[in-house]
Write a protein that binds this ligand. Structure first.
Ligand code: FE2
Length: 248
């Protein structure tokens, strides 16, 4: 029961102590909420890594590619001054951008030579499949859109929806730039990896045409400040050793 406060020193002291106790209790509740939020965040990240591992089980090359795209996309998003929550989302979507390849038949995904037109039709479903896979995650709605649109192009020549310029979510524009760089600087069964300088020049040519100009500029600044070509993305258990290069 609350004490009646009539102005006497003792009763004021009692009221003050109770108020202070309530304040301390509130601080404890806030700390509990903060810890719970961190646990949820960790669980979310673990579930995303689980999805990335599932893709790795089908296509081991994708692990390195996905992690680089995730880490670099996060760096570009930060350089563009995006809010911390959006930077996190872009990093996670970068990690999972090709998750839809889980749904692509191995005969197409691992074909050693050029794809036939009908096989490209199948391959180009992977952004839609990926967005569908992550759609149950309510917290990841924006990330699902980035995955859906990571092959859109600034001039409308991309897929699946032919979006133009700012119609493409900023996260998808960032991931597209990083994805192109990493794909062209990686070895494929049907072509050798291109030199860093050649790919940087190509990105410069594509800026404002097929790729977002600001994202290209931020990425080039970022990649040139790194002492190594590949980011440290931390340890993650490998599921399979064989190396096969995927198609974009
Ligand atoms: Fe892709």
């Amino acid at each position: 029961m609350a004490a009646r406060v009539d102005g006497s020193g003792d009763e004021l002291a009692v009221a003050y102590r109770r108020l202070n106790a309530a304040y301390q209790q509130t601080l404890c509740y806030a700390e509990d909420v903060r810890r719970l939020y961190q646990q949820v965040q960790r669980a979310i990240y673990q579930s995303l890594l689980g999805l990335a591992n599932a893709l790795e089980a089908k296509d081991s090359y994708t692990k390195g590619h996905s992690e680089r795209v995730g880490a670099w996309s996060r760096g570009v998003a930060t350089a563009l001054g995006l809010p911390a929550a959006e930077v996190d989302m872009i990093g996670q979507a970068g990690l999972l951008h090709d998750i839809g390849k889980i749904g692509i038949p191995e005969a197409v995904l691992r074909k050693p030579g050029p794809l036939e037109p009908e096989e490209w039709v199948v391959m180009r479903n992977h952004p839609l499949i990926g967005a569908q896979i992550v759609s149950p995650f309510d917290f990841f709605t924006a990330g699902a859109l980035m995955i859906r649109h990571h092959h859109e192009r600034h001039d409308g020549s991309g897929y699946p929806d032919g979006l133009v310029g700012d119609e493409i979510p900023i996260g998808a524009r960032v991931i597209a730039v990083v994805d192109v760089y990493d794909a062209l600087t990686s070895h494929r069964p049907y072509r050798a990896a291109l030199p860093h300088a050649t790919v940087i020049a190509r990105l410069g040519e594509a800026a404002g045409r097929t790729l977002d100009e600001d994202a290209v500029s931020a990425f080039i600044d970022l990649i040139q400040t790194l002492s190594t070509g590949k980011p440290d993305v931390g340890a993650r258990p490998s599921l399979r050793a064989p190396h096969r290069a995927p198609r974009r």
